[in-house]
Design a protein around this ligand. Sequence first.
Ligand SMILES: [Zn+2]
Length: 375
Amino acid sequence: MRFLFHRRQATRAHLAQALRIRKSAITDLCNRLIADQTLREANPERQRNVLLQLNPDRFVAIGLQHAERGVCGVRVRADLSCEGETFYPLAENLTGAARLDAIADCARRYVRVAASKQQRIGVGFCDIGMVDAVRGYSIRAAAVPGWENLPVRDRLKTATGLPVELLMHTDSLCLAEKTHGAAKAMEAFIFIQVGRRIGLSVFLNGGFLRGNTNFFGELGHTVVAPAGDICKCGNRGCLETVASTDAVVRKVRDHLTPGSPATAALTDGVVTIDTVLTAARQGNKLARLALEEAALAVGNAAAFIINILGIDNLVLGGKLTEAGDLFLDPVRGAVARNCVHPVSENVTVCLGQMGEYGSATGAALAVLQAHFAER
Ligand SMILES: [Zn+2]
């Protein structure tokens, strides 16, 4: 099953060769698996070279994404098709254990409507902040005060009665980009997500690069400006103080000057990241400069990683990439300037392609991977 999950389709002869078993034995085995709905024939009308695949109606993974305003849900079948996008809003200012209870209730409701009991294989939960994926706990989230040290995985297991994979937002989105998005054809790539937090994932040798601790990818809390602002992590000058959406909004607000044309376009209401992005697209100089400075900082940080790892594909995701070329071009420039030759000649920098449900999709894909890893 693991072989078929990764290869999607194979003939009986191909399976016999890959698994090193006799053709007659593979025929018996496949017939049994077809009879119990585990496998199905992809092209049954053919007499020869009939392709087998995992039955997509039999295996459904549920992906959930914890967002600031609610929970996004999507289901992904064994053929990796995605459907059933649903959003459950959460009450404003809900924090801590009460928020976890509300999320568990959303998970329970979505699991029921997304798939039958026989189809469900597990839940992937992409959390909003730092997680300890080994212990299954939240650590903290800048966007949700009080989201600290909560037993997220066990609570969701109890609510849904299913195995639960707990993932970081960036890893989920990275997996979705690899499967359905910009990184489909890339064997190795660096993924940086730039939103309220700045996260890093590195995809290499068919999986995520990991260290010997439970943590990875805290690019946002690497110090890039030692004399800069104090960060919410307690350190000074982290990348998030320079290049996160909060940093971009703060920079614009701090430089509003009554009477200037750049300010006039931005003061019609409250300055948010959406108004900054809109103003930048319309040519507003202040908004463009704030975005460009954030992009340069991200590009400089990315160049360090590219130089160290020697991976020459960089995919960018997250809120700031909604600025398109206004964000991409300065990142490309900084990467080209700061990567060592000859790596600098070959680096590909591109924007991710996954939409609003990308992280939920990635969380469900992680469930499918885990489910078939041992089968
Ligand atoms: Zn920090």
